[in-house]
Design a protein around this ligand. Structure first.
Ligand SMILES: Nc1ncnc2c1ncn2[C@@H]1O[C@H](COP(=O)(O)OP(=O)(O)OP(=O)(O)O)[C@@H](O)[C@H]1O
Ligand SMILES: [Mg+2]
Length: 238
């Protein structure tokens, strides 16, 4: 399998006045195309920090991140925003769905925003809003929620919300989906259904996932699991 992402000597420190908190201390890691990579490690070790750097939501202190051999750490803010919208899907544990919008609207939103940015203002006919909604409906169908299109987040169970979040992450056909504890606050049975969906999307669409988790059932379904220990990764091949 070819590499999609290559992380080279990644360091991240947080500064508070004169004191430096060194969180990542030289992470080297490759993410292969079409794999599910699980990242595990103790609380506070820097898993979410690593995911934020991968997602271009924050910049490393030292080191480089290459997507298909392109060094994204050299990008300007503007280039990063564009890259993030086009190439990365996010599934985070909290604050993910917009409460005033239906499941369908939540999933479609990222696609509509992307389209509206890619056309000129006087070119509104080419927005093809229908196409985005069709795709969103299809994605919700593929996560088993075709009966929940018009439901609002407050009307959905935790597992259903998480599946909407997964569908939403897929709308722009990202190169990678980054997920932070996708089964973190849901019960065992519901977690299984979320895991089924992740695995199904991976197998059918060859979608690459990088998933931070404490859940050993999730890492059991991953192609590889990496342990983050003391700011570095130890690769545990399966
Ligand atoms: N923006 C920030 N400013 C200062 N310190 C931060 C910031 N973000 C994270 N940290 C610190 O960096 C360390 C790693 O945090 P991170 O959230 O990456 O841990 P984690 O491995 O995801 O933990 P958990 O499993 O509990 O979610 C922690 O000590 C945290 O307090
Ligand atoms: Mg975390």
């Amino acid at each position: 399998m070819e590499n999609l992402i290559r992380i080279d000597n990644l360091h991240k420190s947080f500064y508070d006045g004169d004191s430096e908190l060194k969180v990542l201390k030289g992470v080297n890691l490759e993410v292969r195309n079409s794999e599910i990579l699980a990242i595990m490690g103790a609380s506070g070790v820097g898993k979410s920090t690593l995911l934020h750097l991968l997602g271009t939501l924050d910049r490393p202190t030292v080191g480089n991140i290459y997507y298909e051999e392109q060094d994204i750490t050299a990008f300007t803010e503007r280039e990063l925003t564009r890259f993030r919208n086009e190439a990365i899907g996010f599934v985070f544990q909290f604050h993910q769905l917009l409460p005033e919008f239906t499941a369908l609207e939540n999933v479609a939103m990222g696609g509509l925003i992307r389209k509206s940015k890619s056309v000129k203002l006087d070119d509104s006919n080419s927005l093809n809003i229908g196409g985005v909604y069709e795709t969103a409906e299809h994605l919700l169908d593929s996560v088993g929620l075709s009966e929940r299109l018009e439901h609002y987040p407050s009307q959905l169970s935790g597992g259903e919300r998480q599946r909407v979040a997964i569908a939403r992450a897929l709308i722009n056909q990202p190169k990678v989906v980054l997920a932070d504890e996708p089964t973190g606050n849901i019960d065992d049975k519901t977690s299984e259904s979320v895991l089924d969906v992740l695995q199904d999307i991976n197998e059918r669409l060859n979608q690459t996932f990088v998933i931070v988790t404490h859940d050993s059932r999730l890492s059991a379904r991953a192609h590889r699991t990496v342990q983050l220990v003391d700011g570095r990764t130890g690769d545990k091949e399966k």
